[in-house]
Ligand binder design. Structure first.
Ligand code: DX5
Ligand code: ZN
Length: 219
């Protein structure tokens, strides 16, 4: 079994969104990862609905939006209207997480919960049964191009066990610092989906980079 590849647009050229999406349409991307940052939950601001809508207009692949915002609930319907099919919210900001997850699913989207590097996977015990995927952060969210946090491997193995017991259909997505050197090990530890920002759109040849990531994970 291979891996699903979710290149992040954050490392792309925002002056040429159409061209960036074209590369991902034609290459080995399985979905497009959209990093939405509010400058409050994370120390960075990325992009909002006009840009999401432009990406959606050109994308032939599913959109996977990762909300790094403190108050996601009021925006769930709007992401659905944009054509997003996978939506993740952060555990650390959702007071009524069960309600938020059900809202996402009621809109017909796949619901995911993202956890920061310091957040224990055991905290997902009573929500993982309701999830379509967990997004495990392997860097502190906010920026692309950071180094992969090594403790993620142990978290991944524990998360995989938890999912196998409670919800074997729940996919595990890993996000941050993934490249051709560590992708196979991330997959071996339990990842179903890998996000890749700088190691795809930050390279000179994103088509080749996607192919290589797929190849190293194909074993
Ligand atoms: C970080 C974002 C990531 C980021 C990944 O806050 O959630 O999706 O774009 O970029 P790389 O792969 O360069 O770490
Ligand atoms: Zn992300």
């Amino acid at each position: 079994m291979g891996i699903l590849l979710a290149p992040s647009l954050l490392s792309g050229d925002f002056g040429d969104i159409r061209g960036t999406v074209k590369i991902l349409n034609e290459g080995d991307a399985d979905m497009l990862h959209l990093d939405i940052m509010d400058g409050v939950f994370v120390p960075n601001i990325s992009f909002g609905f006009p840009v999401v809508d432009a990406i959606a207009k050109y994308s032939e692949k599913p959109l996977d939006a990762h909300l790094m915002i403190t108050d996601p609930d009021p925006y769930i319907d709007r992401f659905c209207a944009s054509g997003v099919s996978m939506l993740s919210v952060h555990y650390e900001v959702c007071t009524h997480l069960n309600r938020t997850v059900n809202h996402i699913k009621d809109k017909g989207m796949k619901a995911g919960v993202a956890i920061n590097p310091h957040t224990p996977v055991s905290l997902l015990e009573d929500i993982i049964g309701d999830l379509d995927f967990v997004l495990l952060m392997s860097v502190n969210p906010g920026f692309s191009g950071q180094g992969f946090i090594q403790n993620t491997y142990s978290k991944l193995r524990r998360l995989k066990k938890l999912a196998e017991v409670i919800n074997p259909d729940c996919l595990i997505e890993v996000d941050g610092g993934i490249n051709v050197e560590n992708a196979a090990a991330v997959k071996a530890a339990g990842a179903d989906i890998i996000v890749a920002g700088s190691s795809v759109l930050g390279t000179k040849n994103p088509m080749a980079a996607m192919k290589e990531l797929k190849t190293v994970c194909s074993g």
